[in-house]
Design a protein around this ligand. Structure first.
Ligand code: CAO
Length: 557
């Protein structure tokens, strides 16, 4: 049994290659050549196969890490026999065994030998370089699925030239240097093999030489132009990794990062940059392969759809108008309460689909009864207004119609019904509108309610309310009754689902079936959240409420 440290193998000189997938976890038993991690460079995704069979005992890398050749990925505990397998895989990773280590270094040196020789090249001159199909492991049936360039195109070093595909994987072949495409020997759909000439690239010779150790996926042989004869002009054949393990490394596995998506490294990179989930992109390439154009089209469509959806919904910015152009002005800052109220009103108005319904309650009898209580109220040092009766009637209606005593859950998928009856009362104060809450209205007498409203209103006006006294309301009553008006549309105080606005009662002639009689009519408006309450619910709630106010004996039923 031995412990093997598996490190990043020769990945053709690429540095800081991102870990995009961990294929194993600590404790996993892996077989020889099982995938351990997936690395992705600018040009290729690379699965790192296990050079040994054994059990993963530690993992040093996490998704998102940047690794370079030699960086330790993980540790595998394996049987002693596995060392033989390790020796077969010269580029598969650093191991404790000194023999394997030196083998690994030897491979690296041979890779670097070419550019060292090229340092003796004379001054830059134009060369025509034939780009050939590089080694792609054991694959002998390689198809060209995409030509990324045309004759006359000027490419930069690293630009994709073609995309190759085997039965299991695809690989983008990058340009080894900057230059111009002078001829292309293949077309999409061609079956090729390692060494098949792909195209001829014309560029400066010194650039070509220096590019040698940075473009490992391209196998190339040098050719000279007529005026650039001589051995020194010939570009050396790149020595790609030549073991099964490193061949697997050289192949971009298009399905590695996402099991169900078929896309190349550059497409995956583009999708990451654009924040696009490839799973959502419709493919147009051969055998369902997602192309860069597919990703771009997806983004275009998404933006178009979003723009269409937001037509009419987008909030146009308020114009910044200089009112002083039209006359004398003064500017006063909003109070803190004013700012909070403004924000709450806007949020509730924009988020809650409001419907407002109007009715009038005949409070003639209630007002007569209230008048009869004035002396007693005075003895109790209380003021008796219509408000405590309104609260009591609302509590009865809330209990009778639970949809009004509810809130839409934040996830929008359920409704929370409340088995308590706390009612907010809008109070006008010099600092702005505040809404203290009268708790357990259903359990309190009219006298208790009158006293509590008075105390809360007093505290509100003197800024003595605690945060707790402004929380937990199920419903709100906003009374402008002592001020005037025949009706208004109150804004729901979310997450409540309804609010009642009370306007000034008026004595009106009401037809009693035989004659017009003077009746005290109280104008009421109820705004409700149409996501929770429908019109019939509101009609029933309102009718009940008006009946109770018209005959408060019903409160005892
Ligand atoms: N029609 C006619 N008169 C009414 C009335 C109505 N609907 N409601 C109250 N009144 C009378 C009262 O009976 C009282 O008169 P009397 O002393 O002769 O009985 C007088 O108006 C003053 O009442 P009040 O305002 O002192 O007491 P209240 O219980 O009616 O209201 C409070 C208390 C705190 C709600 C109220 O003072 C207040 O601040 N209202 C403003 C609420 C508000 O700003 N709403 C708008 C919110 S949206 O911007």
């Amino acid at each position: 049994m031995s412990i093997e440290k598996i490190s990043v193998p020769d990945i053709g000189g690429a540095d800081n290659v991102e870990v995009i997938e961990l294929c194993v976890a600590v404790g996993d038993v892996v077989a020889l050549e099982d995938s351990l991690i997936v690395l992705e460079s600018d040009k290729a995704s690379m699965e790192i196969p296990s050079p040994v069979a054994g059990t993963v005992t530690a993992i040093s890398a996490v998704v998102g890490d940047s690794l370079s050749e030699g960086d330790v990925i993980l540790t595998i505990e394996c049987e002693a026999d596995d060392d033989i397998a390790l020796g077969d895989v010269s580029n598969a990773g650093e191991v404790d065994s000194g023999a394997a280590q030196s083998q690994h270094q030897g491979s690296q040196e041979s890779t670097l030998a070419a550019p060292q020789g090229s340092e003796e090249l004379p001054s830059p001159a134009v060369v025509n370089e034939t780009i050939e199909v590089p080694e792609v492991g054991e694959a002998d049936n390689i198809e060209i699925i995409e030509l990324c360039v045309a004759v006359g195109d000027v490419v930069a070093e690293g630009d994709s030239l073609i995309v190759l595909e085997t039965d299991k994987a695809s690989m983008e072949v990058p340009s080894p240097r900057a230059g111009e495409i002078v001829s292309i020997a293949v077309k999409e759909g061609d079956s090729v093999q390692q060494g098949t000439p792909i195209l001829v690239l014309q560029g400066e010779a010194d650039t070509a030489a220096s590019a040698d150790n940075t473009q490992p996926l391209v196998s190339r042989s040098g050719t000279s132009t007529a005026d650039d004869s001589g051995d020194t002009r010939q570009l050396p054949l790149q020595e790609p990794a030549n073991t099964s393990a490193s061949a697997a490394v050289a192949v971009s596995t298009m399905q590695s990062a996402s099991q169900s998506v078929y896309a190349g490294p550059s497409v995956r990179r583009l999708s990451r940059e654009m924040g696009v989930a490839l799973e959502a992109v419709k493919s147009s390439g051969p055998r369902g392969r997602i192309t860069k154009d597919d990703v771009k089209n997806y983004v275009k469509n998404a933006l178009k759809t979003k723009a269409q959806q937001s037509v009419g919904l987008a909030l146009p910015a308020q114009p910044d108008i200089d009112f002083s152009k039209f006359g004398e002005i003064s500017v006063e800052p909003l109070s803190k309460i004013g700012k909070l109220t403004a924000a709450n009103m806007q949020r509730n108005w924009l988020n809650i689909p409001h419907v407002t319904q109007f009715d009038e309650a005949d409070v003639t009898e209630l007002e007569a009864f209230r008048g009869s209580l004035k002396d007693e109220a005075a003895r109790r040092l209380l003021k008796i207004t219509p408000l405590p009766f309104l609260l009591k009637a609302c509590s009865a209606a809330l209990k009778q119609h639970p949809k009004f005593n509810a809130s839409l859950h934040a996830d929008g998928k359920s409704v929370v019904f409340k088995h308590y009856v706390h009612i907010g009362v809008a109070v006008n104060t010099p600092a702005g509108l505040v809404v203290p809450v009268v708790n357990d209205v259903d359990k309190k007498s009219i006298w208790e309610l009158a006293k509590e409203v008075d105390e809360l209103a007093d505290k509100a006006k003197n800024r003595k309310l605690t945060p707790q006294q402004m929380q937990g309301a199920c419903f709100t009553v906003s009374s402008l009754g002592n001020i005037g008006g025949t009706g208004f549309t109150p804004i729901i105080n979310g997450p409540e689902v309804a609010i009642m606005g009370v306007s000034k009662l008026q004595t009106k002639p009401v037809w009693d079936g035989a004659a017009f009689v003077p009746r005290k009519m109280l104008p009421l408006a109820i705004s409700y959240d149409h996501r929770v309450i429908n019109g019939v619910d509101a009609g029933q709630f309102f009718t009940f409420l008006v009946q109770v106010l018209s005959d408060i004996r019903r409160l005892v039923l």
